[in-house]
Design a protein around this ligand. Structure first.
Ligand code: NAP
Length: 284
């Protein structure tokens, strides 16, 4: 199976390219310099000869998107549409990576794959538009929503927590937002499995099992690093305001993974234990 991976220099794209090759696929990773997904003609030329495209390219600066939504829309919606149209014309399928930010984030029970979209941020709106555009242009596409992603190949909260543990004695992290810390390595395997079983078109949730707060995640990182988790104190969202409001509740259900017989991702705590040395060591 010949698979094109866009955004292959990004945090997820690096692990996807590596994991897909390990899984025996002919995986060709392209960074922005090789393929700018906002260029429709370039997308069409790039898709020739491929059976799948996995779109890991995105405008991911959540706070910057609040002041330049158009820039985020060009990549997250128009770029996704370009790839989806090109895939459909080439007779290929597309896997579009999306986000928990498409939901309102004010729920109290986990969001199902078909829960209504109600994004509260510019980034979330552009990713929701990307989902709709992808499904409209390439009806055979898979949409995989993930959240709270970390891995060795990019800047992320786990690396930040490890760095701050060396720089400060006391740390404070938000303790009233709940989500599912998710590793790029496990997500990459999940995506490869979906493609491997030829999963039917539609929406899937690719997040680790369980749930945590940022403070809980930081304490777990401290435990894994052999440090005293008591150095991390919880604060409220109101004490740490950001330009883009963060969802209070971002826990996703995984019913469709079960329905198609693809293994769920592991519990976030086990996934952290398994990957932390790679994540922290490769961060330098
Ligand atoms: N990180 C998270 O916590 C998280 C949570 C939920 C969902 N997601 C989703 O997961 C996916 C992967 O995210 P990530 O964390 O790996 O992000 P990332 O590290 O920022 O990678 C995104 C990549 O896309 C590239 N890109 C940006 N604009 C492009 C364009 N016009 N054409 C081609 N490539 C372009 C970027 O290149 P440059 O470096 O040159 O800009 C970057 O390499 C995205 O769809 C994101 O929305 C991420």
């Amino acid at each position: 199976m010949k698979i094109l991976i866009t955004g292959a220099n990004g945090m997820l794209g690096q692990d996807v390219a590596r994991d897909f090759r390990d899984a025996g696929h002919v995986a060709v990773g392209v960074g922005r310099g090789d393929l700018d997904i906002t260029d429709a003609r370039a997308c069409e030329a790039a898709l020739v000869g491929f059976g799948w495209v996995v779109n890991c390219a995105a405008y991911t600066a959540v706070d910057l998107a609040q002041i330049d939504e158009a820039a985020a829309f060009r990549v997250n919606s128009e770029g996704a549409a370009n790839l989806a149209r090109a895939a459909h014309r080439a007779g290929a399928r597309m896997l579009q990576v999306s986000t928990d930010y498409v939901f309102a984030g004010d729920g109290v029970t986990p969001y199902a794959e078909d829960a209504p979209l109600a994004p509260r941020t510019a980034y979330g709106r552009t990713k929701a538009a990307g989902e709709w555009a992808t499904r409209a242009e390439c009806p055979d596409a898979l949409i995989v929503r993930t959240a709270w992603l970390y891995g060795p190949g990019g800047a992320n909260i786990v690396k930040t927590m490890a760095r701050l543990s060396r720089e400060r004695e006391q740390l404070a992290f938000v303790d009233d937002q709940r989500g599912q810390p998710t590793t790029t390595a496990h997500l990459a395997r999940y995506l490869a499995d979906l493609i491997g079983v030829g999963a039917p078109a539609g929406v899937y949730h690719g997040t680790c099992e369980g749930e945590a707060t940022w403070c809980g995640l930081a304490r777990a990182v401290f435990e894994e690093l052999g440090l005293d988790p008591g150095r991390v104190r919880g604060i409220t969202t109101a004490e740490y305001p950001l330009p883009a409001p963060r969802p209070a509740y971002s826990v996703l259900r995984h019913d469709r993974s079960d329905a198609v017989g693809v293994a769920r991702l592991p519990h976030w705590r086990d996934a952290l234990k398994e990957t932390i040395s790679d994540v922290v060591v490769r961060s330098g």
